[in-house]
Write a protein that binds this ligand. Structure first.
Ligand code: ABU
Length: 880
């Protein structure tokens, strides 16, 4: 490894420790052989003693901070200036021995050991790049060496216990954090993310930032770190919907991050990136090819547009002359000249890395000179000399340390002094990239919490980006047109129900109404009206009622629908139930009239059970308003950075499933039982419940609709329109069809009766009327008469048969007595009556029954008649 250095006065390059001997020999030669150089006054110049410094500069590395590119020329300038300043270190000359660390801690340590294990003894070390400074500063104390870092921002270096002999002219990276927090508060960002390279400098900065965010109640939504490849970390930021991101990384990593930002489209109006401000101005365009970055300059520029940077102010802002005698502009001009000599295209804005920190390197050398000056004075008081320092001399080391601690001067980087932790106190500046160039936006004085803001920031679309996607909750409500149409139909149903109640009451004495149990029918109609009413209530959602009222509405509609269903269905159920009971009883029982109270009792029992159940439900675990949240949706009709979070109101109890389970089990059982009874009694007509078959049909209709609707509405409960439409249509259809089936025939019959003004009434559906009754009685009488006639005829036949038999016996006897004079035998001709003559036709109840004769042979007629059962039932064709 080569160690390069330059002599403070001449600046010529020397290489390696082997040259030290040559140097000494040259010194001896010049002192003894050559004439002494003369001062201005022509006096021989006193020979200047050399004070040696060790320098570690990051220059040619591929990662980290290669700030030595500008800092090394700046340090050389400072060395020249110090050595040329006759008031400073008189009779001494500072010499710097340095090498490149490439910002690699391992290489930096090797450079340090080379400096320390090779003569001359170094009085102090200068170092740059946090990772190298950390290594060097931790080790240097073993050699009683003070380390001064001109380019290390790691907050970790502020630990005095760990880095006992460290000073730095570079401010700690923590100075950015108050500035960042200040800006976040200024722009109303309370949700931020952090993306960092996995280096101690950034880790410790982030720890400090997290602490400050916590104090200021700023949420850190995610903290992503990466070693070299930021791809996944940037993707994670996108997944977490990070909008305001603080990025902490060295410049090479920054380019990779920026390219990924472009690929993930994490730039533009919705994003703000905070970058570190010490990258050179055109950092995002440099080295793209060499570093294998897969983005064009234009893409990088697009991604970089609008980002903010924070940085400690490293250039003295005033025009005053500094301790070195230069103004900031003088320094800049000289530095530019030096850099141009080194081949940097400064005129075209091509600054080397470390350009920002160059004043810090310059001031570092001045700080050393000033500290040595003070140390020499202090040591002189003790009769000691600075040049007598060895790596084991703690006394001189302490003097150097104390002198450094007390050093304060106005440098080209501003006022240079060191805190107790050896940190530089500095102002921070904020810049924003606008049209590819950094624009100064303001300063923040972290000591006085004073933000100077110029208000020149620019945002895409002219609006400060949001720290998150604003989520607007939108209540999903039933479509108004659907609600109105369903409610209109339900309203018609209610009116129709009321008309039918009036009709039933008005014509309650008509046989057709009377025999259909008008009270039960009225209960049925009331039930249907309540069900229609529920259609209005089911559609009354958040667009009509407040949240509190919605909860009350839940219970009201539950009660109304349940009671309505129980009345409507219960009334129908009671009819088919009675019909079925009658078919299973003996004939004598069926001869009695049906007791209406039995129907009412059944309906009342069902309603009572319902009321008890609903009361328990309402008291124990009442229904309340529950919100169902849907995944956020991106609105298509707006440019705003919003997402819509739909919510849907439901009525639920805490133990909803249990309550629904009980409800559906009970009602399901009732429906299935109703279906069964309807099927069983499908062919029966009962005189005293003349509309039982129509009611059975209605039960089919209601049961089928309920059994389909209930599971379907549970499945589609998240689709408010479909769900409402399904429930409403089920209620409307089942009620209207039932009302149509049961009541329309009655209305027609009554209407026809009234229109014809006739005594005869049509019996709808073969139902029994008054005329039927009379005809039925007449037929019974006829039947009895016929029975009597038949009995008489039977008797007569029997008599005739007996007589015939007797005649035959007498004839045979005559033949036996007069055997000789036997007359020719007499044969009785066989009966030749056609078969159908053996049948007697009897009309019963309008039906013709044909029964075969018991005696199909012989002359006698044997007629068996079947007496019709005089029950209330008649067989009829099945309607199914
Ligand atoms: N401003 C450059 C800091 C470099 C570093 O801390 O490593």
């Amino acid at each position: 490894m080569r160690i390069w250095g330059w002599s403070g006065s001449g600046g010529e390059m020397l290489g390696g420790s082997r040259w030290v001997g040559f140097l000494l020999a040259w010194e001896v030669f010049t002192c003894l052989i050559l004439p002494h150089p003369r001062g201005a006054e022509g006096k021989p110049k006193e020979r200047r003693r050399e004070l040696h410094l060790g320098g570690i500069f990051p220059i040619n590395g591929t990662g980290g901070w290669q700030g030595g590119q500008a800092c090394q020329p700046a340090a050389k300038m400072a060395l020249d200036d110090v050595n040329n300043n006759k008031d400073l270190l008189p009779n001494y000359k500072l010499t710097l021995h340095w090498n490149d660390s490439e910002c690699e801690p391992g290489l930096g340590a090797a450079v340090m050991y080379d400096l320390l294990y090779n003569d001359p003894i170094k009085l102090m070390l200068l170092a740059g790049c946090s990772t190298v400074c950390t290594t060097v500063a931790e080790a240097a104390k073993k050699w009683n060496l003070v380390v001064l870092c001109y380019g290390a921002s790691s907050p970790a270096l502020s630990d005095r216990n760990r880095f006992k002999t460290l000073f730095r002219t570079h401010p700690s990276a923590t100075v950015h954090n108050p500035t960042r927090i200040k800006l976040m508060k200024k722009f109303g960002w309370s949700r931020v993310a952090i993306l960092q390279q996995a280096e101690e400098v950034f880790i410790s900065t982030v720890e400090d930032l997290e602490e400050r965010c916590k104090q200021e109640k700023i949420e850190i939504v995610t903290r992503q770190s990466f070693l070299t490849d930021p791809t996944e970390a940037v993707r994670n930021l996108k997944r977490q919907d990070a909008r305001i991101v603080v990025g902490l990384f060295y410049v090479v990593a920054a380019r990779r991050v920026l390219c990924e930002i472009y690929k993930q489209r994490l730039f533009g109006k919705s994003y703000v990136w905070f970058f570190i401000g010490w990258y050179e101005d055109n950092w995002y365009e440099n080295g793209l090819e060499a570093e294998g970055i897969n983005c064009t300059k234009e893409e990088m520029r697009m991604a970089a547009e609008g980002h903010l940077t924070t940085e400690a102010v490293m250039w003295y802002q005033d025009t005053k002359r500094t301790t070195s005698g230069m103004t900031t502009d003088d320094f800049r001009n000289r530095l530019h000249a030096e850099l141009k000599k080194k081949g940097f295209d400064i005129d075209n804005g091509r600054y080397p890395e470390g350009y920002q920190e160059a004043p810090l390197a310059y001031d570092a050398v001045w700080a050393v000179a000033l500290a040595f000056n003070r140390t020499i004075t202090q040591l002189a008081k003790k009769g000691k000399r600075l040049e007598d320092f060895t790596y084991t001399n703690r006394e001189i080391a302490e003097e150097i340390y104390n002198a450094m601690d007390e050093t304060a001067f106005l440098g080209v980087s501003g006022r240079t002094a060191f805190s107790e932790q050896g940190d530089r106190i500095a102002l921070t500046q904020v810049e924003q990239m606008i049209d590819g160039k950094y624009n100064l936006q303001g300063y923040y004085d972290i000591e006085n919490f004073n933000l100077t803001w110029y208000g020149k920031e620019q945002w895409v679309a002219g609006k400060v980006p949001q720290d998150r996607t604003i989520e607007k909750t939108v209540l999903r409500t039933v479509s108004l047109s659907l609600y109105i149409s369903m409610s209109t139909v339900a309203g018609v149903g209610i009116v129709w129900g009321l008309v039918l109640i009036l009709f039933t009451y008005t014509y309650r004495d008509r046989k057709i109404i009377e025999l259909s149990h008008p009270v039960t029918n009225t209960l049925m109609l009331v039930g249907h009206i309540l069900c229609f009413l529920t259609v209005f209530l089911v559609g009354l959602d958040g667009q009509f009622v407040s949240e509190r009222l919605f909860g009350v509405m839940c219970s009201i509609r539950k009660w109304i629908l349940s009671i309505g269903f129980t009345l409507g269905y219960g009334a129908m159920f009671s009819k088919v139930w009675r019909v079925h009971r009658l078919t299973t009883k003996n004939k004598s029982a069926t001869k009695h009239k049906i007791q209406p109270w039995k129907l009412y009792l059944l309906v009342a029992s069902l309603v009572a059970v319902e009321v008890i159940y609903l009361s328990i439900w309402t008291l124990v675990d009442p229904l309340r308003r529950v919100e169902e949240l849907f995944p956020p949706e991106v609105p298509i009709d707006t440019d705003e950075d919003v997402r819509i979070r739909p919510i849907l109101e439901h009525c639920e109890s805490h133990y909803n499933n249990i309550w629904l389970g009980i409800t559906y089990s009970f009602k399901g059982l009732l429906l299935v039982l109703g279906l069964f009874l309807s099927y069983e009694t499908r062919s029966l007509k009962v005189r005293h419940i003349n509309d039982s078959r129509l009611v059975a049909m209605s039960i089919y209709n209601v049961a089928v609709l309920c059994l389909i609707t209930t599971p379907v509405t549970m499945i589609i409960s998240s689709q408010q329109d479909a769900s409402f439409a399904f429930v409403a249509l089920a209620i409307i259809f089942s009620s209207l069809i039932t009302m149509g089936l049961v009541f329309v025939p009655k209305v027609i019959a009554v209407w026809q009766e009234g229109a014809e003004r006739s005594d005869r009434s049509s019996a709808p559906e073969g139902g029994t009327t008054k005329e039927d009754e009379e005809r039925y009685g007449k037929l019974l009488g006829e039947n009895e008469t016929l029975q009597q006639i038949l009995g008489q005829k039977e008797e007569r036949l029997k008599l005739l048969r007996n007589k015939l038999e007797e005649k035959n016996v007498a004839r045979r006897r005559v033949e036996v007595v007069s055997e000789g004079e036997r007359p020719p035998p007499v044969t009785v001709p066989p009966t030749t009556t056609p078969r159908n003559n053996n049948l007697e036709q009897i009309e019963v109840c309008g039906s013709v029954y044909q029964e075969p004769s018991e005696s199909g042979i012989g002359q006698g007629l044997s007629v068996t008649t079947r007496t019709p059962t005089t029950t209330d039932f008649e067989l009829s064709e099945s309607y199914l």
